[in-house]
Design a protein around this ligand. Sequence first.
Ligand code: ZN
Length: 119
Amino acid sequence: MHEAGAVAGALERVIGAWTSADGGRHIEIEIRDATRAEPEAVAFYADAILAERGLDEVTVSVRTTAVDCALCGARAAASPANPQCDACGAPLPRLDGPAVVAHEVAVVAAEMSGPMACA
Ligand SMILES: [Zn+2]
């Protein structure tokens, strides 16, 4: 799976210097390009990588940046298996750079930012 390498690279930028979970930390992983990574796979690999590093207490959330069709403007439910627009069938635009990025989120902010806060 492509996600394993992408998630490892994104997480390493965040947790590279960590030696412990420090009583609970939260990492938000953002899928920038939904045609190249699946949320379920990203969450799976993130958990596995954190467990391997002894950072089991770190919590992870996965967020997918919405993709709009460049041709018809429809909001697409993109995935690696479905990289086309559902409405018109055009291929969805691919982003340059990493498909997955990660950053640490302060725990207080993480509790406040539900799906509604991101809209
Ligand atoms: Zn379209």
